[in-house]
Design a binder for this molecule. Structure first.
Ligand code: GLN
Length: 198
C-alpha cells in the first residue's frame, strides 16, 4: 500500500486522512521532518495559511518541503495549502506580505471568494473527470497561472480553481469535504501512486 503524508499542523487534516484511507492508502501525519521520509506524496490541507507557514517554520518543515517540491515530489495543496505552494500571494482584503514555499508559478489571491458568509458550493467540470465535481469554497483563493507550464484543470466564472504544474497540484476548493474521492484519486493516479481503475 502506498503511504501518503498529510501535513498535520493545523486545518482540515482528518478529512483528507479519511479519503486517503478509503482509497486504500496508508497515511502518515506529518509534523516533523523525519515523518517526510517514507511517503510517496503529501497533501497540504486547508486552514489558515499564515498560521500554517509559521508552524511549518517552527517545526523546520519549510526547507525540506521546498527541496522535495523542487525535486519533483508530488504535493497537493488545497485552499490554504494552495496558497502555501504559490510563488506570489495577494491579499484581497488588506495588504499583508506573506511568505510561502514559493514552488508553483501561481499567484494566489487570498480570500478572493470572500468572507465566511459568502463561502459557497458549486458544481465544477474538471479535466480528467467524466462527471462534474462538487467544489466546496471556504474563504477560497483565486489561483492565477504565472507561466505556460501551469495547466488549468478547472475554472469557475471568476477564474481558475484547480491547477497543476508538473508535480504540484493546487485547488482553491476543498476536495476532502465531500465524500467524493475522485480528485484525490486523479492526483495519486497521475503520479503512479495508485493504479488506474479503468
Ligand atoms: N483564507 C485562508 C487562507 O488564505 C484559506 C481558507 C481555507 O483554507 N479554507 O489561508
Amino acid at each position: 500500500m502506498p503511504t501518503v503524508g498529510v501535513l498535520a499542523l493545523q486545518g482540515g487534516v482528518a478529512e483528507h486522512i479519511s479519503i486517503l484511507t478509503e482509497l486504500g492508502c496508508d497515511v502518515n501525519e506529518v509534523r516533523t521532518p523525519d515523518e517526510l521520509e517514507s511517503i510517496s506524496a503529501i497533501i497540504l490541507p486547508g486552514g489558515e495559511s499564515t498560521t500554517l507557514i509559521s508552524l511549518m517554520n517552527r517545526w523546520e518543515l519549510t526547507r525540506p518541503l521546498m527541496a522535495m517540491g523542487e525535486a519533483g515530489f508530488p504535493i497537493f495543496g488545497t485552499c490554504a495549502g494552495a496558497v502555501l505552494l504559490s510563488k506570489e500571494i495577494d491579499e484581497k482584503e488588506h495588504e499583508v506580505k506573506q511568505s510561502s514555499l514559493g514552488l508553483a508559478d501561481v499567484k494566489a489571491v487570498r480570500n478572493y471568494f470572500g468572507r465566511q458568509t459568502s463561502s459557497f458550493v458549486e458544481s465544477i467540470d474538471v479535466t480528467g473527470l467524466c462527471e462534474p465535481f462538487i467544489g466546496v469554497f471556504i474563504r477560497a483563493p483565486l489561483l492565477l497561472p504565472l507561466s505556460g507550464s501551469v495547466e488549468v484543470l478547472s475554472s469557475v466564472e471568476d477564474g481558475p480553481v484547480l491547477l497543476r504544474q508538473n508535480n504540484l497540484w493546487l485547488s482553491s476548493f476543498h476536495p476532502e469535504l465531500t465524500p467524493d474521492s475522485r480528485i484525490h484519486r486523479l492526483f495519486l493516479e497521475h503520479h503512479g501512486i495508485l493504479k488506474g481503475s479503468g
